[in-house]
Design a protein around this ligand. Structure first.
Ligand code: TXA
Ligand code: MG
Length: 347
């Protein structure tokens, strides 16, 4: 495995690897992706293998030019109304953290989309990612570059620590700016559905195209009536350390044992909690704040990095505060709830 900083040379080298059927981890504005040529079934199989990803979970196809859509999607299968919405969404949110599920063309092999006739397509807002996509042939299938079900990577080091020799190259482009994955929208049906909350807030989408339906229930949830988004398992993004999520009021009632780590949304919450704790408890606890001033953008950007840091042998339990359920807070809370497991969790 080669580990290189982003540069014109390393990008060319990475593209060479991809054109030859290899797999490369690369930075995007959301999280690091593990890229392979979207039209090369064998290369795609390597991505599933490296991640130990079940074959029922489709990949996102990344493009660097809107014209590529005609190649990899079959827009004639969309209703005229939905085609209009697609172009409106693309004009306003691409490049950016939004993936759109639409009918795929024959160029995309079934393994990329787990046998579905649709593909999730995204145009990332990251210069190195765009260069790599263009140099590699125009369409890169890339899931997040982490073992299936574990914390998402927001730094190249996270990929190196968790996937290491399973990938051919890691391109280091520093910390991911947004820090949570793209929002996934299904635009194939009569009603536009949000399958995964993410870096593009639901409110922003609704301001543009009107109300959208919530289709983000986990696969296997009986309430959802079936498998909406195949990769949306109830447990996902999980650290090895048990994690539970709470409101501030609930957190205040939790015992603070040795090895407990607390993750607060903002500084006022931390202070309100600290005021209720005996001094001895405060000395023992590891305390992190996602955004001291309570900015959702900052909290999203530091979420996975904070969880990676706390996922260490010295910590026996992570107790995390939910963010306000608005804007990017919906993506933060979605990731926290799916990361929840073990002691005192609500599973
Ligand atoms: O920000 C992101 O989206 C990152 C970066 C690397 O671009 N990628 C990412 O990929 O998060 P991944 O594979 O970890 O998540 C893809 C999600 C899964 O929940 C999957 O089920 C859903 O998108 N998805 C992909 N294709 C789909 C399809 N045809 N229909 C419904 N859901 C789909
Ligand atoms: Mg993922």
């Amino acid at each position: 495995m080669e580990y290189l900083s982003v540069s014109p040379e390393s990008l060319r080298k990475a593209a060479g690897i991809i054109r030859n059927g290899g797999i490369v981890a690369f930075p995007t504005e959301t999280v690091y992706g593990l890229g392979a040529d979207a039209c090369n079934a064998e290369a795609l199989a390597k991505v599933f293998e490296a991640k130990r990803r079940p074959s029922f979970d489709p990949l996102i196809i990344h493009i660097a030019d809107i014209k590529t859509l005609e190649d990899i999607a079959d827009l004639s299968l969309l209703s005229e109304k939905n085609r209009e919405k697609l172009f409106l969404l693309a004009e306003n949110f691409w490049p950016g953290p939004l993936s759109l599920v639409m009918p795929k063309s024959k160029k995309i092999p079934g393994i990329a989309t787990a046998g579905l006739s649709t593909a999730a397509i995204r145009f990332p807002d990251h210069q190195a990612a765009l260069s790599l996509i263009s140099l590699s042939g125009g369409a890169l299938a890339a899931p997040s570059a982490n073992p299936f079900g574990s914390l998402s990577p927001t730094r190249a080091e996270h990929v190196r620590d968790k996937l290491g020799e399973k990938v051919d190259m890691i391109l280091d482009g520093g910390s991911a700016r947004i820090g949570v994955e793209s929002t996934v929208l299904d635009i194939t049906g009569g009603c536009i559905k949000i399958l995964r909350p993410g870096g593009t807030p639901k409110e922003a989408v609704e301001n543009l195209i009107g109300p959208i339906q919530d289709g983000s229930a986990a696969a296997g949830d009986t309430a959802s009536g079936g498998l909406v988004s195949p990769g949306r398992l109830k447990s996902h993004y999980a650290p090895k350390t048990p994690l539970s999520v709470f409101t501030l009021e609930e957190l205040i009632r939790q015992p603070c044992g040795p090895g407990s780590a607390f993750v607060f949304f903002d500084a006022p919450s931390r202070d309100a909690w600290a005021a209720t704790q005996p001094p001895a408890a405060l000395e023992k606890a590891v305390i992190r704040v996602l955004s001291p001033s309570g900015r959702l953008v900052e909290a999203a950007a530091s979420l996975f990095q904070t969880l990676h840091e706390l996922d260490s042998p010295e910590i026996s339990r992570i107790l995390a505060q939910l963010a306000p359920q608005e804007g990017l807070g919906q993506a933060i809370n979605d990731r926290l709830r799916r990361a929840e497991w073990g002691m005192g969790s609500r599973e």
